[in-house]
Design a protein around this ligand. Structure first.
Ligand SMILES: [Zn+2]
Ligand SMILES: [Zn+2]
Length: 349
């Protein structure tokens, strides 16, 4: 089969490789859509994966093409969304059902072969049946959508809240979608790109709900738009020191800061900013990955339900649709920022 294989840092090659064989309890997925995640760029270009060679790609959907031993044969031919994390099932957090915090997990597309290929093997426990009305490209966005749902839930939205999202990449914008769907009273978004401004407008938010932090002082802008109080809920979706400090400084008394963005560097606060956590009695919390328990109320099923009912439309964020052969170019666009993008999506035959 055709696949993109990462042989080492910055060494991603299109190759002809052996089609994988599903192990016991696994199925073979014919990949139909696979998104390039922001986290794939440092994985491919900067830090490398858990081991090499590795086929990246953890945001994907497809059709079950083969069923391995002891796997439920009724999956054959069915359309599926895929939870990429494979928990150990026996560590302390797994036993309590918090698989996203498993200490000994595998992960499709970072620790074992992923979806930048014609086929990928997946344990049946990681499959979600996809209703026909959900397109493959939408289902390939279930993973970041579930991450956004998880962050929203970590924030514990209440009806009176003004929420601020800093960072309007895929997760930030999906978070905006799920917050609006959940009925947030007021939403302010801080981004840096023209495509992000347009995406925010498409969500139906008024023009003054968006701040381009490259042109305007975001801290002052937030105060201007919250009667000088700051936001009640602040989602930091960038992972830089400046935006971390902005989050602490721009959150109202008793407000909550949810840290979502993977850190680019060491993170620290000046004494003056640190004081704000104490004086404003802020709650600062992390959000990591998403929950998948195969239950109606886990983050994935929450996302799937809203996707099926067209109450969220993540496909609006797809700016680039590329074939399997063009995925390498997609990685370059995101690495070099040569084009304005939000979600770069692989659509396979
Ligand atoms: Zn991702
Ligand atoms: Zn575990």
């Amino acid at each position: 089969m055709k696949a993109w294989v990462l042989h080492g840092i910055g060494d991603l090659r299109p190759e002809e490789v052996e089609k994988p064989v599903p192990a016991k309890g696994e199925v073979l997925i014919r990949v139909k859509a696979a998104g390039i995640c922001g986290s794939d760029i440092p994985r491919i270009c900067q830090n490398g994966a858990w081991s090499h060679p590795l086929i990246p790609g953890h945001e994907f959907s497809g059709v079950v093409a083969e069923v391995g031993d002891a796997a439920d044969a009724s999956w054959l031919g069915r359309r599926a969304g895929i939870y990429p994390l494979i928990p150990c099932g026996s560590c302390m957090t797994c036993r309590r059902g918090y698989y996203e915090m498993c200490r000994n997990y595998s992960y499709i597309g970072s620790r074992r072969d992923g979806a930048f290929a014609e086929y990928v093997t997946v344990p049946t426990g990681n499959l979600l049946p996809l209703p026909d009305r959900i397109a493959f490209e939408e289902a390939a966005m279930l993973e970041p959508l579930a991450v956004a749902v998880h962050a929203m839930r970590r924030g514990g939205l209440s009806a009176e809240d003004t929420a601020v999202i800093c960072g309007a990449g895929t997760v930030g914008l999906l978070l905006a979608m799920v917050l609006l769907e959940a009925g947030v009273r007021r939403l302010l978004v801080i981004g840096r790109k023209e495509a992000q401004r347009q995406a925010v407008r498409k969500l139906g938010l008024p023009a003054d709900s968006y701040c381009d932090s490259g042109r305007e002082d975001a801290a002052g802008w937030i105060l201007d738009h919250t009667d000088g109080r700051g936001g009640d809920l602040f989602f930091e979706c960038v992972g830089r020191n400046e935006t971390y400090a902005l989050a602490i400084q721009s959150t109202a008394p008793f407000g909550k800061v949810v840290l979502v963005g993977n850190p680019f560097t060491d993170m620290g606060l000046s004494r003056e900013v640190y004081w704000k956590i104490l004086r404003n009695q802020l709650t600062v919390t992390g959000s990591w990955n998403s929950s998948f328990l195969r239950e109606a109320e886990d983050d994935w099923n929450y996302a799937l339900k809203r996707l099926a009912e067209k109450r969220v439309r993540p496909a609006e964020l797809i700016t680039h649709r590329l074939s399997l052969g063009e995925l390498g170019r997609g990685v370059e666009i995101m690495r070099d920022r040569t084009e304005d993008y939000i979600k770069v999506m692989g659509i396979f035959e």
